[in-house]
Design a protein around this ligand. Structure first.
Ligand SMILES: Nc1nc2c(c(=O)[nH]1)N[C@H]1C(S)=C(S)[C@@H](COP(=O)(O)OP(=O)(O)OC[C@H]3O[C@@H](n4cnc5c(=O)[nH]c(N)nc54)[C@H](O)[C@@H]3O)O[C@H]1N2
Ligand SMILES: Nc1nc2c(c(=O)[nH]1)N[C@H]1C(S)=C(S)[C@@H](COP(=O)(O)OP(=O)(O)OC[C@H]3O[C@@H](n4cnc5c(=O)[nH]c(N)nc54)[C@H](O)[C@@H]3O)O[C@H]1N2
Ligand code: SF4
Ligand SMILES: [Mo]
Length: 770
């Protein structure tokens, strides 16, 4: 057996349930990090990669988009989950042509992502053609020619180019240029499923689709809200930034239906108190909100702030800021004047006292930051919720001053950069014009398909070629069964990836797997020698990243090289763009970027400075707001929240502590006390009793959406402290329950945290069938 690749898959009957933890990180995190690294890659390779992680001239952690310090860096600049992300990539386990010969697609279709991903790194380009039962090896050039033939045989609007957010800036820039050179804006990305709602709310209100704070602001804020976010697992080093804020006298409010460990206590393994003491306590107030109740909460907070201002004029509202920089205040004030407290309490599950306590904290704070993540972005009214957050921030002038601002905490390590590079199905005219001018191409103007529209296009047989730059679209997007069935009808699917996953198995009629270098791998097969790449973190800092480990296979190609060769094979030698020059020397790509994208002037030089550079951010830098009206905008949204009919609950989905989206590192959701199983539903004990279910009972789950049902069988109920009426399951197991049309308005992000479900006893089903 190769270096411990698992033979056995997850066995749901082995599920263990312990007590949820109250504290995150600590020495246990270090122990797990090292243990996982060594199991995958051995001691030397693990240490080599970890000591370079997040260091200047080192490798940007592929774990998440949380930024690095602009100041001094410690020798260990990573967290447990960063170390796991690296171990996952730098593993010495390999998936060779023999692996694919040994396992048929039919067999691989029975495996979970835990088994598939843990087999190791893909070593050779592989192909499967109509009628084949197994993937077999293919030469690189033959693979590129096949792609070219398929793309040329169809029309541009029937080709789709998906991007996952690990893709570096240079690759992303070339990839969107390739799609636009073919003639399509079909550039869906993982952002469509992630923070799209944030962009849809921020662009019209503050004129930029990104956050407006720096790490320094987090340290100096007087008050920070952490809303709809599980930082202990998904952005672990955010906890040290929050702890710094606390030690500077700041306060923290956490808003979450689940009492996530990282919200309460953080034991920094790099400090004495984190190792032998009690660590730092974090949230001063915890609001256990009902799923989907945040719009109501922020409307109530806005109401209370205005009420206080009326009581003591000048004490709360920043009138000067509002008069100079905003529009729509009078309408907002009028809309927030009346409040139906009974309805607010129903919507949020919180008491008036709880909300008023937090409003008082806002009143006292002169510098407030509101952070949020997916707990707010994946519901029908997500865009309105985030706009309501902006209203509350605008009221007190919390933009363009130290320690204040909006902080959507992004997921994938370069998801923000990919969008900056033009990965967007709805590009702005200025971008297309700049590309046309720089390259002498004619970019298409018609907007393309986003992720959910791609699923619909699959269903309608409107796609002939689907190319995926990383990611695992089959499992990440909604309506798994519908998606998988229709994806298999696509003429050609191409997956540029590092590890096997479900999308390789639910492939199109012809399918290619193109194995690529990861972040930690040395990229030096170029005429000019070793290349560096760049990424943009959640706080708009662009910096370099380079790998230094010997790749596990000599057959891997770097992502920019793959894009260049796909493009050359498709567009032919006469095409206006010199693809090869870019693949040979990434400085050439960056020179193009510097002429196309504002903020990237002198890109090559500035990338090689100590910390990289921060992109311009008008609200933060100059308190200016580049909206269509040139000012920040207050908005008025009607009250909306999720209501489940009798006998139903609202189901949200979360990540476990041992997974990276659809990649399962292991089977231990340590902080929630759940291990060795993933098909669970976290449910409030009183809801279970009312519905007539026991702890650990097996159920089948039925979701309903506009009269249509989706079903996923055999989940185990686990009693858990979540508000009445709300339940939680893991992503991606529950994605089969997300109807494709259940989306956030405006952003079209799937309603992964807004399903209406009911449960059927699984045993009963078994009895009925027998
Ligand atoms: N280790 C690890 N790190 C990751 C990832 C990973 O999978 N593993 N994924 C990366 C990616 S791509 C992303 S986008 C981020 C995701 O980071 P998070 O947004 O933290 O991810 P989720 O696990 O979806 O957690 C959502 C949180 O919102 C809460 N929540 C759900 N519904 C509501 C609601 O209606 N209101 C409020 N207030 N809270 C709610 C949930 O209880 C949960 O705590 O993490 C990134 N980092
Ligand atoms: N129910 C539910 N569904 C969700 C979510 C949710 O909260 N709930 N969250 C959504 C969110 S926020 C996101 S971001 C999406 C994630 O959607 P994706 O980004 O599509 O999925 P990942 O699981 O991150 O992709 C993992 C795969 O990427 C490949 N990979 C890893 N590293 C590299 C690399 O360096 N290069 C290349 N080319 N490939 C690589 C590996 O083959 C691996 O299998 O899922 C969404 N789906
Ligand atoms: S916080 Fe995110 S980027 Fe930083 S080390 Fe941890 S996983 Fe990596
Ligand atoms: Mo994400």
């Amino acid at each position: 057996m190769k270096r411990g690749a698992p033979v056995d898959d997850i066995n749901e009957d082995d599920l263990l349930v312990g007590k949820p933890k109250k504290s995150a990180a600590g020495l246990k995190a270090v122990e797990v990090a090292l243990e996982r690294g060594i199991a995958q890659a051995g001691v030397t390779r693990t240490m080599q990669s970890l000591l370079r992680l997040n260091q200047r001239d080192g490798t940007d952690c592929p774990g998440c988009a949380w930024p690095e310090s602009q100041g001094t860096r410690k020798p260990a600049e990573f967290c447990e989950n960063g170390a796991k992300a690296v171990a996952e990539e730098n593993t010495l386990r390999t998936v060779t042509p023999e692996f694919w010969a040994r396992h048929s697609i039919a067999e691989l279709a029975t495996k979970t992502e835990y088994w598939l991903g843990n087999q190791g790194r893909i070593t050779h380009p592989m192909v499967i053609r109509p009628g084949d039962t197994h993937y077999s090896p293919i030469a690189w050039q033959e693979a590129f020619d096949l792609i070219g033939e398929h793309i040329r045989a169809t029309t541009p609007e029937r080709t789709v180019f998906y991007t996952s957010g690990r893709t570096a800036n240079e690759t992303a820039f070339m990839y969107q240029l390739f799609a636009r050179s073919i003639g399509t804006n079909n550039l869906p990305d993982c952002s469509n499923m992630c923070h799209e709602s944030s962009g849809s709310a921020l662009n019209p209100t503050i004129g930029i689709g990104k956050g407006t704070v720096s790490l320094e602001d987090i340290h100096t804020a007087e008050l920070i809200f952490v809303v709809g976010q599980n930082p202990g697992t998904n952005h672990p080093r955010m906890l040290s930034a929050l702890a710094d804020c606390k030690s500077n006298g700041g306060k923290i409010v956490a808003v979450n239906p689940l009492p996530e460990a990282g919200l309460f206590n953080f034991k920094d393994p790099q400090s004495v108190s984190g190792v032998i003491g009690n660590g730092s306590s974090l949230a001063d107030e915890f609001l256990p909100i009902k799923v989907g109740g945040d719009l109501a909460l922020f409307q109530a907070l806005g109401h209370l702030l205005l009420e206080e201002e009326e009581r003591v004029p000048g004490s709360v509202v920043d009138h000067e800021f509002i008069a100079t920089n905003t529009e729509g205040f009078a309408a907002y004030r009028a809309a927030r004047k009346e409040l139906d407290w009974a309805e607010i309490e129903t919507a949020t599950g919180l008491s008036r006292l709880q909300i008023s306590t937090v409003a008082q904290m806002l009143v006292k704070s002169k510098a407030t930051i509101i952070c949020w993540a997916l707990g707010l972005t994946q519901q029908p009214h997500s865009v309105d919720t985030i706009k309501e957050i902006i209203n509350v921030l605008l009221l007190q002038g919390n933009f363009g001053k130290p320690g204040a601002g909006a902080c959507p905490v992004r997921g994938h390590s370069n998801v923000q950069g990919d969008r900056t590079m033009g990965i967007w199905e709805k590009p702005k005219e200025w971008l297309l014009a700049a590309l046309d001018q720089e390259f002498g191409i004619v970019s298409p103007r018609e907007h393309g398909l986003d992720s959910v529209e791609t699923v619909e296009a699959f269903e309608n047989d409107d796609v002939d070629v689907f190319v995926s730059m990383g990611g695992n679209f089959a499992l990440a997007c909604s309506d798994t069964e519908v998606l998988e069935a229709s994806m298999q009808r696509v003429g050609l699917t191409v997956h540029i990836s590092t590890k096997p996953n479900r999308s390789n198995v639910m492939h199109g009629q012809t399918s290619l797997i193109l194995p690529t270098l990861g972040r930690t791998d040395t990229d030096d097969k170029h005429p000019g020698g070793r290349q560096i790449l760049s990424v943009e973190d959640s706080m708009s800092c662009v910096h370099s990243t380079q790998g230094r480990l010997t790749p596990v296979s000599e057959h891997l190609l770097a992502e920019p090289v793959i894009v260049a060769r796909m493009a050359a094979a498709t567009l032919g030698p006469e095409h206006a763009v010199d693809w090869k020059a870019m693949a040979d020397d990434y400085d050439v790509i960056r020179d193009h970027i510097s002429r196309v994208l504002p903020g990237f002037e002198d890109f090559n030089k500035r990338l090689r400075t100590k910390n990289g550079f921060i992109l311009p951010n008008p609200p933060r830098d100059t308190r200016s707001f580049a909206t269509d009206i040139g000012q920040a905008r207050f908005t008025v949204s009607p009250l909306e929240y999720l209501k489940a009919p009798e006998g139903h609950l609202i189901l949200q989905t979360v990540r476990s502590h041992d997974q990276y989206n659809t990649t399962f590192y292991g089977q231990d959701d340590r902080y929630r006390g759940i291990s060795n199983g993933r098909r669970v539903i976290l449910i409030n004990q009183d809801d279970a009793a009312e519905l007539g279910f026991q702890d650990r009972e097996l159920v089948d789950v039925v979701s309903t959406f506009q009269g249509q049902e989706r079903r996923a069988d055999k989940f185990r109920l686990v009693f858990y402290p979540t508000p009445r009426g709300c339940a939680a399951a893991y992503f991606p197991e529950a994605n089969a329950l997300v109807h494709r049309e259940l989306v956030a308005r405006e952003s079209n992000t799937p309603g992964y945290k807004a399903m209406t479900v009911r449960f059927l006893p699984h045993e009963e089903q078994v009895r009925q069938l027998s």
